[in-house]
Ligand binder design. Sequence first.
Ligand SMILES: *[C@@H]1O[C@H](CO)[C@@H](O)[C@H](O)[C@H]1NC(C)=O
Length: 278
Amino acid sequence: MAPFSLMSVGANLLVKSLSLFSSASVVRCSCVAPVIKSFSTTTGGPPKRPLTAYMTYVKEMQPTFSRQNPGLKNVDVIRKLAEKWRMLTLEQKQPFQDASLVSREQYKLALETYKAQLTPAQTAAIAEEKRQRVAKRKAIRRKKELNSLGKPKRPRSAFNIFMAEHFEEAKGTTMQAKLKSLRDDWMRFNNTQKQIYTQLAEDDKVRYKNEIKSWEEHMIEIGREDLVRRKERRAIKAKTVHDRKKKSKVTVMKAKAPKKKAIVAGTAVKKTVKSTKK
Ligand SMILES: *[C@@H]1O[C@H](CO)[C@@H](O)[C@H](O)[C@H]1NC(C)=O
């Protein structure tokens, strides 16, 4: 069985996507509708996604089940229905599968109709929104991955360090106001006043250079060359190939030596040879 939290997330999603209950929580949820929906309100909106067999089942059973179990929370109603659904035989599920198939066909048609009536500008805007969503998701995934691989933080600029140090006491109440006053201060600074921060930034550059070097070497070791800067990739590769060649020469030489020994040992005169050699 799925862990409790996962189950309730699923149930909440279902409550949302089926608009089963008209409780405050559902109303609140609707304000985080995807961008694409807010855009398309002007055109009547894209068709609703088709219901799966399970969703069809829940939608059909929920009103009666809720009535029979007053006091049960929405999420728990869904959870109970999910349990019931799992207990159904394939045969019992069949009508809902059929309904889902019909729903999917209807959706396909409705989507085609919807797409056909969009202006080229709207189509382009929707495609752009989608592209941005995908890119954002990808960037988040990449950032998470780099974090988990312990990628060193980029070096901070002198202004960055100054800002971080003086943000608290900066003039202004809003974040923007504080940033602006800090930027103005920075612009007024002469080189002597900036000196301490430029020095710290130089140090941070050295820190980054060292950290990123060993990190990239490690990435190549574990087969993640794709995460290494292109220029470095070539340099590190050349170096490892060179090292490997050196290493393989050594092993060839080492491999030859015991062979000789083995032959010698095979002739059973090992001891004599050894002693004469010494
Ligand atoms: C930089 O500014 C500080 C503080 O205003 C001042 O004491 C110092 O003489 C200035 N240095 C130069 C090189 O202008």
